[in-house]
Design a protein around this ligand. Structure first.
Ligand code: B1M
Length: 234
């Protein structure tokens, strides 16, 4: 997208120009530049979540459009994803900074056949920021992987992510197996990912569908509170 990012002095750009430059640098997969701009925006008192949404997430949305339209290909999008991680690594401690006792525990992973992890990582970061202990089990997780993590960590919430229409049905396989083995009601199940919606969440038997990481960080505590209230009344 940009032809000569090398010649741009990032610190001399206005806020609007810098945001646009981050979009271009994400598009071009320039991790160092994305990290530098993230630091500059922080030094200009931008909040971590505003940088995340306006600069990084919006930049990846633009990448996604050209990926869909066959203008960008997998290797280029991988570079963009890495560049995004450069910015996210800087924001992560700020988003996770809460200093409060964990309000619950979540095991989260991307379903089998799916290697997209940027959204899942964001959810993990925001949940940490909301005071959760987060166990991120990674990508391409099978029923057995999820079950092993549930058994080991005994979380309040199981979170599943899917970015492909071909992998999202795997969430139902996991939930059906939880029902079959009698453990479904031991956990709150939250699902998310770009191709999902609330109807899908309901259809697969999840307790909640989260449109984005912020909603996951709101819904998680809310459902835990509701569950604890019911347990106290029983
Ligand atoms: Co992929 N890819 N990709 N890709 N990729 C999409 C998803 C796609 C929509 C692109 C497109 O065509 N426009 C398309 C899917 C089409 C479809 O299924 N209908 C697609 C495709 C087709 C593919 C391949 C099949 C391409 C190929 O090989 N021909 C292939 C599949 C590989 C596989 O998984 N088996 C593939 C590969 C890749 C890369 C490896 C190159 C790379 C992933 C790198 C990585 O993740 N480390 C990649 C990327 C980067 C994308 C796009 C461009 C960006 C995804 C992203 O990171 N978004 C994506 C296009 C797009 O979505 N615009 C695309 C930013 C992220 C912050 O948003 O992940 O939606 P998102 O997460 C949000 C919410 O959804 C929600 O919160 C997050 C934060 O707010 N959320 C949750 C997500 N998970 C949640 C879990 C929760 C709660 C909320 O649990 C509680």
């Amino acid at each position: 997208m940009t032809e000569n990012s090398d010649e741009v002095v990032l610190s001399e750009l206005s806020d609007d120009e810098l945001i646009e430059q981050v979009h271009d640098d994400l598009y071009d997969g320039l991790q160092d530049e994305v990290a530098e701009s993230t630091n500059i925006l922080l030094s200009r008192n931008w909040s971590a979540d505003k940088i995340l949404n306006d600069a990084l997430v919006e930049g990846m949305r633009i990448v996604g459009i050209d990926f869909r339209d066959g203008i960008l290909f997998v290797p280029e999008v991988l570079l963009s994803a890495n560049a995004m991680k450069g910015g996210m690594a800087i924001l992560q401690p700020l988003l996770a900074e809460s200093g409060i006792e964990p309000i619950g525990k979540i095991v989260i992973g991307t379903v089998k056949g799916d290697i997209h992890d940027i959204g899942k990582n964001l959810v993990a970061m925001m949940m940490e920021g909301a005071g959760f202990e987060v166990i991120d089990i990674g990508i391409n997780q099978s029923v057995e992987d999820y079950f092993a993590a549930l058994e080991k960590h005994k979380p309040d919430i199981l979170g599943m992510s899917a970015l492909l229409t071909t992998t999202m049905p795997y969430m139902k396989i996991v939930i059906d197996e939880m029902i079959a083995t009698g453990i479904r009601d031991d956990y709150i199940v939250l699902v998310g990912g770009a191709p999902l919606n609330a109807e899908f969440g309901e259809a697969v038997g999840a307790d909640g569908y989260c449109r984005d990481a912020a909603q996951a960080a709101e819904m998680g505590p809310q459902l835990i509170r509701e569950r604890r209230e019911v347990a106290n009344c029983a």
